[in-house]
Design a protein around this ligand. Structure first.
Ligand SMILES: Nc1ncnc2c1ncn2[C@@H]1O[C@H](COP(=O)(O)OP(=O)(O)OP(=O)(O)O)[C@@H](O)[C@H]1O
Length: 245
């Protein structure tokens, strides 16, 4: 679905990505993981043309992303940022309908699609009438997801979609997202800081460090056949209740 070929990106003297080669397969969920500043969000933003490489090429369905065709290409991609990235002055319903309205969808078509997605994403109906500030973090995430799914995109890009949620809601939304990804069968690319979440929601994982891809593969492979000590250290760095020390 996507390919990065020898992609580099710098911001002044700081290197965000350094000669990255990466293929993202269609119909699978891929998670980008790695320490803070590794370049995960930069990769995601490049896939949707919010950032451009200084060197190298980003391909979408075998064709280079082009500024001239960006709007058309973006309609095939849903993008969700942390907290949903909703417009505060629009209700949840207004947020999710915005793009469809500008494309001239009828009210009946919009309503039907919103109802269908609200059921799929388990958003209570009355939440749609509220403004983002009147929703819980989990509800805002669901609204962001519904908005991204409105036009039935081929691809879903999710940047820390469950970042700021309490553990119970996060656990619940992880399960719902996994089910949703399986139901929809879309290409999903997700950035998360949580290795267990990445392994639960995605296969393969792509581990980045310092703007480079260190290893890509199933979670088990990164754990059992790490290409360098950092991979194992990163994969096992989280505490568990069994070994809290
Ligand atoms: N707009 C920008 N201006 C300057 N530097 C930037 C910009 N965007 C990213 N960077 C730098 O590029 C590097 C990669 O950033 P990026 O946000 O992709 O990392 P990340 O892996 O998503 O980090 P985090 O997990 O903390 O969100 C970092 O060193 C960051 O400081």
């Amino acid at each position: 679905m996507f390919e990065l070929r020898h992609v580099s990106r710098r911001y002044g003297s700081s290197v965000a990505l350094e000669d990255v080669d990466l293929r993202i397969e269609a119909g699978r969920s891929t998670a980008l993981i790695g320490p803070s500043g590794a370049g995960k969000s930069t990769v995601l933003r490049m896939l949707i043309g919010l950032e451009w490489p200084d060197a190298g090429t980003v391909l979408f369905r075998g064709e280079p992303l082009q500024r001239a065709r960006l709007l058309e290409q973006r309609r095939r991609i849903g993008y969700v940022i942390q907290e949903g990235g909703l417009f505060p002055h629009l209700t949840a319903a207004g947020n999710v309908a915005l793009l469809a309205r500008t494309l001239g969808w009828s009210r009946a078509r919009i309503d039907a699609r919103v109802q269908e997605l609200a059921a799929l994403c388990r958003l209570p109906g009355d939440a749609l009438r509220r403004y983002p500030a009147e929703l819980s973090g989990g509800q805002r995430q669901r609204v962001g997801l519904i908005r991204a799914l409105m036009l039935d995109p081929e691809v879903l890009l999710l940047d820390e979609p469950l970042g700021a949620l309490d553990p119970i809601i996060r656990h619940e939304l992880q399960a719902q997202m996994r089910e949703l990804f399986a139901t929809l069968g879309k290409t999903v690319v997700l950035v998360t800081h949580d290795v267990a979440e990445a392994a639960y929601l995605a296969d393969p994982l792509v581990l980045l460090r310092g703007g480079r891809v260190v290893q890509q593969g199933p979670a088990r492979e990164l754990l059992q056949a790490p290409v360098e000590p950092f991979v194992r250290a990163f994969m096992t760095a989280q505490r568990s209740l069994e070994s809290p020390a």
